[in-house]
Design a protein around this ligand. Structure first.
Ligand code: UDP
Length: 295
C-alpha cells in the first residue's frame, strides 16, 4: 500500500495537503484563556486567505500624523502597500492637521486612501491619547459601514515583512517587544490606585504595546470608548496614566481579554536586537529623535 500525505478537502473546494504540523515549541502559542499567540510558523496563510476572501473582508488601517509626525507617513504607506493584507480590500484612514502634506501614493487595486483633516492638540500626550476618542467617533460616523476590521497603528512604524489576515480576530493586541520574556512584576503598568489605568502588581497577563491593536469595528469601538473614558476620568482628577493610551489599553485588555495576541514580530524594535525566537520582524519602529518630533 502506498503511504500518502493526509489530505483535507475543504468546504470551498480546494484540496490542501497537511504535510506539516504547524506549531512552535520554543515559544508560548496559547494564552491560559485559549487565545492563540501568533508567531511565525503557527498558521497556514493560504487557508486563512481563502477563508477571509470568501467573506470578502474589508480592512481599515488608522494612523495619525499630527505636526512633525508627517515625516513618517510616506514610508508607512509605501511599505504597507507591499506587505499589509496583500490581495485584500484595504482602506487607509490618515488623520492629519495638514492634508496637503500627505504624499500621493500609488495604491494597488481594491485599496483606498482617505485623508481626514483634524485639528491637533498642543501637547504630544494629548495627541496620542485623543486618538482613542477620534477613532471611536469616526467608527460610529463612518467606519461601521465601510470596513469589517480595524487595525490601529502608530505612525513611526514600517512594514518589513508580511502582515496578513492571520492577525484578524474579534479583538487583538500585540505583546510589547521589551516584555515578552519578562515577568509580570516588571510590566510598566499604572500603579497608582486612584488612576483609571491602575493595575495591581499581582495582576496583568502580558504587557501590550500601544502602537498596534485592532479587531472588528464593533470591538474596536468598545475598546476606544473604554480608553477614552478612563483618560477623561483621570483628566478630571488632573492626572494622566504613566504611559498614556498604552496604560489604559493594558487596563482594558486585563478585564476584556484579547481573542488573539500577536507576538512581538508585529511591533519589533531593533533596539532589542535579534532574539532567536523572533524569526521575522514584520512591523518595526522607525528610530526617531523624540525632542525633534515632539517639539
Ligand atoms: N502623534 C502625532 N503627533 C505628535 C505626537 C504623536 O501624530 O506630535 C501620533 C503618531 O501617530 C505617533 C503616536 O501618536 O506614532 C504615538 O506617539 P509616539 O510615537 O510619540 O509614542 P511612543 O510610542 O514613542 O511612546
Amino acid at each position: 500500500m502506498t503511504c500518502r500525505p493526509s489530505k483535507w478537502s475543504s468546504v470551498f473546494g480546494t484540496v490542501l495537503t497537511l504535510s506539516v504540523v504547524i506549531w512552535r515549541s520554543d515559544v508560548m502559542v496559547l494564552t491560559p484563556w485559549l487565545a492563540p499567540i501568533i508567531w511565525n510558523g503557527t498558521y497556514n496563510i493560504n487557508i486563512l486567505n481563502e477563508l477571509f476572501h470568501l467573506r470578502r473582508v474589508r480592512i481599515g488601517l488608522t494612523v495619525f500624523v499630527i505636526r512633525k509626525y508627517k515625516i513618517f507617513i510616506k514610508t508607512l504607506l509605501q511599505t504597507a502597500e507591499r506587505f499589509f493584507m496583500a490581495g485584500h480590500k484595504v482602506h487607509y484612514y490618515v488623520f492629519t492637521d495638514d492634508v496637503k502634506a500627505i504624499p500621493n501614493i500609488t495604491l494597488k487595486e481594491g485599496r483606498h486612501l482617505v485623508i481626514l483633516n483634524i485639528s491637533g492638540y498642543r501637547r504630544w500626550q494629548d495627541i496620542t491619547m485623543r486618538r482613542m476618542q477620534l477613532i471611536r467617533d469616526y467608527i460610529s460616523q463612518k467606519l461601521i459601514d465601510e470596513v469589517d476590521y480595524l487595525v490601529c497603528l502608530d505612525a513611526d512604524l514600517k512594514f518589513r515583512d508580511d502582515v496578513g489576515v492571520e492577525i484578524l480576530s474579534d479583538v487583538f493586541g500585540v505583546i510589547h517587544p521589551g516584555f515578552f520574556s519578562k515577568s509580570r512584576d516588571s510590566f510598566t503598568n499604572e500603579r497608582r490606585n486612584y488612576s483609571a489605568g491602575y493595575i495591581p502588581k499581582d495582576e496583568g497577563d502580558f504587557y501590550y504595546t500601544g502602537c498596534f491593536f485592532g479587531g472588528t469595528v464593533e470591538e474596536v469601538y468598545k475598546l476606544t470608548d473604554f480608553c477614552h473614558n478612563a483618560m477623561m476620568e483621570d483628566k478630571a482628577k488632573n492626572i494622566e496614566a504613566l504611559w498614556h493610551d498604552e496604560s489604559y489599553l493594558n487596563k482594558y485588555f486585563l478585564y476584556h481579554k484579547p481573542t488573539k495576541l500577536l507576538s512581538p514580530e508585529y511591533a519589533w524594535n531593533d533596539y532589542y536586537g535579534s532574539p532567536v525566537v523572533v524569526k521575522r520582524k514584520r512591523l518595526v519602529h522607525v528610530p526617531k529623535d523624540y525632542k525633534k518630533v515632539r517639539d
